[in-house]
Design a protein around this ligand. Structure first.
Ligand SMILES: [Zn+2]
Length: 255
């Protein structure tokens, strides 16, 4: 059912939430656009103008590593102050009620954690761009540290002082294998829920597309909140194509 208007969308979503025991939200870029973080993959998005740096290029070329960090710090200057939006706050409210054991996200912006959901309950399929890691010894580095080293070396990507490994944001780049632990946890959550709610994902990027189908086949109900149509709208119990923040605002505690 495609909700014909905002009121119907909110009423149907409320009904689905109230009649479910375990709810798993699955979020994509659309939940963060109202926070000022653009959807890089969307038409006109950064990635349609500037190709992302694939993982093998990052490993092979010092210039690619320098460029990767240069872009990351440019992004920090533009979006570094982003705060959770209404969608994040509504999902944090849902988490606090105990009905939602965790959130699965394609986003790398840390905004679910900033909205109050503990990090261990946020399953990040594409990693996290708000800190960095050594690719060899997995030591964590904060961005401030990387930036100081980067600027101090005249715009050169730093190496791990402990093992000389390459330091990269803790994201999953194109061509980098999916994190197995996160994939397992996402599957576990998906199979444990009776309501799966897609929020702001067009479900085109693998492995995102697999989860709604997995939930549905397992007997869960499926709600899809996304501005554009998705190829799973036909099997969804509710499809909402309204503005995400506006639809979810009534679900914020005290809001
Ligand atoms: Zn290291």
């Amino acid at each position: 059912m495609i909700a014909p208007d905002l009121q119907t969308a909110i009423a149907r979503l409320r009904d689905l939430i109230e009649t479910s025991e375990t709810i798993v939200p699955f979020t994509g870029a659309g939940i963060s656009t109202e926070c000022g973080i653009p959807d890089f993959r969307s038409p006109g998005g950064i990635w349609t103008k500037m190709a992302p740096i694939p993982f093998d290029a990052f490993l092979a070329s010092p210039q690619a590593r320098d460029e990767s960090w240069r872009r990351r710090f440019a992004m920090q200057d533009q979006f570094g102050d982003a705060r959770p939006g209404r969608g994040h706050r509504a999902l944090a409210t849902l988490f606090r009620t105990g009905k939602s054991p965790g959130v699965v996200t394609q986003n790398i912006d840390n905004l679910h954690q900033m909205s109050g959901i503990p990090g261990e309950c946020v399953v990040e399929l594409h990693g996290n761009t708000t800190y960095a890691q050594c690719l060899d010894c997995a030591k964590r580095y904060e961005l401030d540290w990387v930036r100081k080293a980067f600027d101090g070396a005249g715009g050169r990507a730093p190496e791990c002082p402990d093992c000389l490994g390459y330091i990269k944001t803790a994201t999953i780049s194109f061509g980098q294998s999916m994190p197995q632990r996160e994939m397992d946890r996402a599957q576990e959550l998906t199979l444990g829920c009776d309501l799966f709610v897609v929020v702001g994902s067009s479900l085109v990027v693998w492995p995102a597309a697999g989860f709604p189908l997995m939930a549905k086949r397992n007997g869960a109900r499926l709600a899809i909140l996304n501005r554009e149509a998705t190829e799973f709208d036909d099997i969804a119990d509710l499809v909402v194509r309204q503005d995400i923040g506006t639809v979810l605002a009534p679900f914020i505690e005290g809001g």
